[in-house]
Structures are given as structure tokens and as C-alpha cells.
Design a binder for this molecule. Structure first.
Ligand code: HH2
Length: 277
């Protein structure tokens, strides 16, 4: 196995402060439990914590803004007082992003790629990093009949357009991350095509975030994996495909195992480019 660089993807640990997330909904849905979970992920080696108060799983019902704020703000404030680790807020609501950044978040992770009214202006004003993710449709309907002529080309074009819109609105280029949105309005075939051609998303010239952890595509390939917690091996396989393609970060539930997989992957990659003496 050889590759031009051995950039090791950073590991973003997922902290869902939600009762209904597809994988861990209800496990950390009070702020105290979420802070305990976040500390554990940092101890396991997470570089970034992604804190979310609204599920985006297929069929998820939108959460009112005050509820989302009550879930995430105490978690971000508590963590900011004790860690310098990067924190992202997983929200599509500009008002929630604004409050989260005021409480200490560094990154706005937006699965709608700043398409809400006023979102680009607020992102520019906040001067935070932004993750622009591709999604076809919305969470309530996105898995009903996703269609593309060329999924890799269309996702790439969308991401580039959103990056241009963000830059035109004042978000600086160095603050923009892209994400192909695995599982967001995509069939198994679409997800696999994107995973196989991640290098084309990386080639757009922005850091890429990959989120495949415990997602439905793993169960589609391994029907025994009905429980999301039983999708660790498939999640690692997808994360390693991302590492090989040069993604900047992977968004995962299983931080310790992912950190270990990345250590082994990067050691092998280093050995492949170092002279053997
Ligand atoms: N996936 C989920 C949520 N947010 N953000 C980015 N940038 N990329 C992703 O792939 C992504 C995301 C869905 O996963 P999860 O948070 O575990 O579930 P839920 O949305 O049900 O809370």
C-alpha cells in the first residue's frame, strides 16, 4: 500500500444530545450524560467533538429551536470550560449556530450546506469553520427515491457551488470543509460510488469530512448488522477508505477503535514510503 502523503485523518467523535438519533438516540440525551460521553471520547483520542441536538436520520422530525438550544448549549459551555479540543455544532439553524459559537463552538457543521435563509451571512459573521454537506431532499423524504445521473459529479458540483456561495458571502476559503453526505438521499450504489471516488471530492481542494459510521449502507452489505452498534467493522472499513483517499477527518461513534485503526493504517503507509535500512 503506497500513497503520496500520510496525512492521518482527524477523528471527530459524535455526541448526540437527542432522544431519537439512529444509532445512539436516548443514550446521552440529557446535557450531563452528554458531557460525560464527550469526556470519554476525548480520553479515547477524539480530536474534534461534534455536538448535535437534532437527529437527521431518515424520517426524523425537526426539533423546535428552543429545544435544540436547551440540549446543546449547556454541553458546549461545560466542555469549553475544561477543554481546548475543537468542537463543532451539528445544526442547520443559523440561530443555533450563532448561540453555539458564542458558547464556545469552533465549527458549524451544517448538513444543509448553509442553504437556510441568512445562513451564509451568519457563517461569515461568526468567522467559524463550516462543514458544507451534500444532501438530496430533506431528512423526512430523502431516502424515498434518490436519483442521480452521475452521483460523484453531481455531489462534487453541488459542494463546489456551495463553497463558492459561502465565499461570495464572506466565508474565507480556509474555513470551508466539504462532506459528501453518506446516506443523505443516496442508495447503496450511490454511497459506494462516493466512497470509491472520495479522491475526486478531495481533489476539489478543501478539507473533506467523511461520515459513514454505523450507517445503513453497512447493514445493506451485511444484513445481520441490524443493530447500529453491530456495525463497527464496516465503519472502520469505510473510515480507512477515507484515509486512503486523503480525507481530513472522519465523523465516528467508535472513537477508540477508529484511532487505533488510523494508527495502524498510518504506520503501514509511513513504512511504505520510508527506505528500509
Ligand atoms: N451524519 C449524521 C449527522 N450529521 N454531519 C456531517 N457533516 N456528515 C455526516 O455524515 C453526518 C452529519 C447522521 O449520523 P448521526 O449523528 O449518528 O445520527 P442522527 O442524525 O440520527 O443524530
Amino acid at each position: 500500500m503506497t500513497q503520496a502523503t500520510t496525512q492521518v485523518p482527524r477523528v471527530m467523535g459524535i455526541v448526540n444530545v437527542t432522544p431519537d438519533s439512529f444509532s445512539d438516540g436516548g443514550q446521552h440525551d440529557d446535557p450531563g450524560a452528554a458531557v460525560v460521553r464527550a469526556r470519554a471520547l476525548l480520553a479515547q483520542g477524539a480530536d474534534i467533538l461534534d455536538i448535535g441536538g437534532e437527529s437527521t436520520r431518515p424520517g426524523a422530525v425537526p426539533v423546535p429551536e428552543p429545544v435544540e438550544m436547551d440540549r446543546i448549549l449547556p454541553v458546549i459551555s461545560a466542555l469549553r470550560s475544561e477543554t481546548r479540543a475543537l468542537m463543532s455544532i451539528d445544526t442547520c439553524k443559523p440561530s443555533v449556530a450563532r448561540a453555539a459559537v458564542a458558547a464556545g463552538a469552533d465549527i458549524w457543521n451544517d448538513v444543509t450546506a448553509l442553504r437556510a435563509p441568512g445562513a451564509v451571512d451568519i457563517a461569515a459573521e461568526l468567522e467559524c469553520h463550516v462543514v458544507l454537506m451534500h444532501m438530496q431532499g430533506d431528512p423526512q423524504t430523502m431516502q424515498q427515491a434518490p436519483r442521480y445521473d452521475d452521483v460523484v459529479a453531481e455531489v462534487s458540483e453541488f459542494l463546489l457551488q456551495r463553497a463558492r456561495a459561502a465565499m461570495a458571502g464572506g466565508v474565507t476559503r480556509d474555513r470551508i470543509w466539504l462532506d459528501p453526505g453518506i446516506g443523505f438521499g443516496k442508495t447503496l450504489t450511490h454511497n459506494l460510488a462516493l466512497l470509491a471516488h472520495l479522491d475526486r471530492i478531495v481533489a476539489l481542494g478543501f478539507p473533506v469530512l467523511l461520515g459513514a459510521s454505523r450507517k445503513g449502507l453497512i447493514q445493506a452489505l451485511d444484513p445481520m448488522a441490524t443493530a447500529p452498534a453491530d456495525r463497527l467493522a464496516g465503519s472502520l472499513a469505510a473510515a480507512l477508505a477515507g484515509a486512503q483517499a486523503g480525507v481530513a477527518a472522519v465523523r465516528v461513534h467508535d472513537v477508540r477503535e477508529t484511532v487505533q485503526a488510523m494508527k495502524v493504517w498510518s504506520a503501514i503507509a509511513e513504512a511504505g514510503i520510508s527506505p528500509v535500512r
